[in-house]
Design a protein around this ligand. Structure first.
Ligand SMILES: Cc1cc2nc3c(=O)[nH]c(=O)nc-3n(C[C@H](O)[C@H](O)[C@H](O)COP(=O)(O)OP(=O)(O)OC[C@H]3O[C@@H](n4cnc5c(N)ncnc54)[C@H](O)[C@@H]3O)c2cc1C
Length: 493
């Protein structure tokens, strides 16, 4: 049998994952990436000794990465060295209210007990359920292609799903176990990664608390981009041809079959199978003839997108105090900020924000005696994004950061780059400038997500954070795996 030629669009986690899974005896794989470097939202850039991860900074669910590399007889440690962070992160509720979250479980429980007597015991009960959800969710549910309800129609699984509280909100679930406002906010924080607030995320996702508290927060030395470097090396070892600076402008379809892709250079590349790891909306609405789109603009407009973000990459000419590797500034109430993201989209009056200072853990990401800092404000997608707004918000959060940590930061900033909606659009063709894809609400879970297969084009598939299983690095890796399995099955590879 002659080899099938698979064309994959996009070198993010999902594109690299699907390409690597398919490369081998029955397929030759060409991966086309519009940018000059791999990784998509997880690219990095360097400036005079500062090495900035552009997107993800939290390494959670180490077992998913182990499983990924093990599929090829490898281990993460063949490509990068992991450190478990302790404290995992700091939550800053105000000037005198900083919680260091210990990595050690007994210390974590003792911390909860100090805030709310008895909360440590409650945590055991909460985590017992969360562990079960993690095991069924991450080791089974997320690996289903979710193309039909029948996939979920086994009695055992239905019982599991009821047990997993998919119809209850995460916020109600947390309130059953804890009373203290501080603890509730701490337990609700991990679901923010899923692109919505705890009110609108099913309690199934307390599995994220298990990932946070039990499995821990890790950091790959030299930065998150090391994962991408490892994945690229593995993909090339398996024979994937990766072409950078190769933007796809059209997927050419004849009689319901994708025949080739056309690059903006005019070059055409023949394909037996096309897998799009670029943003789903961009592929569906801009790379395909409208007759072949899976969904209408109306459909896309009704999707609840995960937030966009305003980011700052800062090089600082001194060491900072009173900050950890990961710092969550929860010194303002979440309600009005969430309203500004989801209900009445606008720039928030008093934004919550996140500061990461990886040079505290890793001296290789900043010159000696200096600090590498990354600031992130989650924002509604599709906001008007101007230089003045970025600057205004830089000062709003810097005022608070300087006051709370008791130091002057701004006058020590020797490098500054901002990044927001318009950059997400121009760099990744991100729909409405989203950062994290589609929110994992109940109505956008499993079979209710945009399908991994085009309904009108027989050999066109989608992967990445806008299809199953959802946003985040581990789900994007799994998305590539799931799509590769479907492609192998449907094409008898
Ligand atoms: C600021 C930020 C912080 C985050 N923090 C975390 C975190 O801490 N932990 C976590 O787990 N997740 C985090 N995430 C989410 C995580 O980074 C994403 O879910 C994941 O990287 C998405 O991978 P992907 O492969 O689906 O998409 P992408 O990374 O976007 O890859 C798509 C690729 O397609 C390319 N492309 C687009 N159009 C074309 C075209 N026409 N032709 C060729 N190529 C094209 C793009 O250039 C891009 O490289 C974060 C994301 C952001 C933006």
């Amino acid at each position: 049998m002659s080899k099938k030629h698979v064309v994959v669009i996009g070198s993010g986690f999902a594109g690299l994952s699907v390409a690597t899974h398919l490369a081998g005896e029955s397929c030759s794989v060409t991966l086309l990436e519009k940018n000059e470097t791999p990784g998509g939202r997880a690219r990095k850039f360097e400036h005079q000794g500062f090495v900035f991860d552009m997107g993800p900074s939290w390494y959670w669910m180490p077992d998913v990465f182990e499983d990924y590399f093990a599929r090829f007889g490898k281990k993460p440690s063949d490509y990068y060295d992991l450190i478990r962070l302790d404290p995992s992160y700091a939550v800053i509720y105000g000037e005198q209210e900083v919680l260091d979250i210990p990595a050690n479980m007994d210390e974590f429980k003792a911390m909860l007990d100090r805030i709310e007597p008895g909360a440590g015991k409650q945590l055991d009960l909460f985590l017992e359920q969360a562990k079960y959800k993690y095991e069924v969710g991450i080791h089974d549910l997320v690996k289903r292609p979710s193309r039909s309800l029948l996939e979920f129609a086994s009695p055992g699984l239905l019982v599991d799903m009821v047990k997993m509280d998919i119809f209850q909100s995460m916020s109600k679930h947390v309130c059953k176990f804890f009373k203290s406002e501080q603890i509730i906010r701490l337990m609700e924080f991990p679901v923010l990664f899923l692109g919505e607030t705890a009110e609108n995320i099913p309690a199934l996702y307390s599995l994220m608390n298990y990932a946070d508290i039990a499995l821990g927060t890790w950091y790959p030395k030299k930065g998150m981009h090391e994962i991408i470097r490892g994945m690229v090396s593995l993909a090339e070892e398996k024979g994937v041809e990766i072409r950078y600076g190769s933007e796809v402008e059209e997927i050419e379809v004849e009689k319901g079959i994708a025949k080739r892709v056309r690059l903006i250079s005019g070059e055409k590349i023949e394909a037996d199978i096309v897998i799009a790891g670029a943003d789903y909306h961009h592929v569906d609405k801009h790379l395909l003839n409208p007759n072949y789109s899976n969904y209408s603009e109306e459909y896309w407009d009704k999707r609840v997108m995960a937030p966009s973000s305003l980011l700052f990459y800062l090089g600082i000419d001194k060491k900072l105090k009173n900050l950890r590797h990961h710092n969550l500034f929860f010194d303002e109430p979440l309600g009005p900020h969430a309203d500004a993201i989801y209900k009445n989209p606008r720039w928030p009056e008093k934004p919550l924000f996140y500061a990461s200072v990886p040079s505290i853990t890793d001296p290789t990401v900043a010159p000696e005696g200096k600090e590498n800092m990354f600031l992130l404000i989650p924002l509604a997608p599709d906001l008007e994004d101007s230089e003045e707004m970025r600057e205004k918000y830089y000062h709003i959060i810097m005022d608070r950061l300087e006051k709370i940590t008791g130091q002057d930061v701004r006058s020590h900033v020797i490098y500054k780059r901002s990044y927001a909606h318009s950059d997400f659009k121009s760099d990744y063709h991100a729909f409405k400038g989203n950062a994290y894809g589609l929110a994992n609400t109940l109505l956008q879970t499993a079979i209710l997500k945009p399908s991994l297969k085009n309904k009108k084009v027989k050999n066109l598939y989608y992967t990445g954070q806008l299809t199953v299983p959802g946003p985040g690095v581990p789900p994007s890796l799994i998305s590539g795996q799931v799509v590769a399995k479907e492609v192998i099955k449907e094409n008898n590879l």
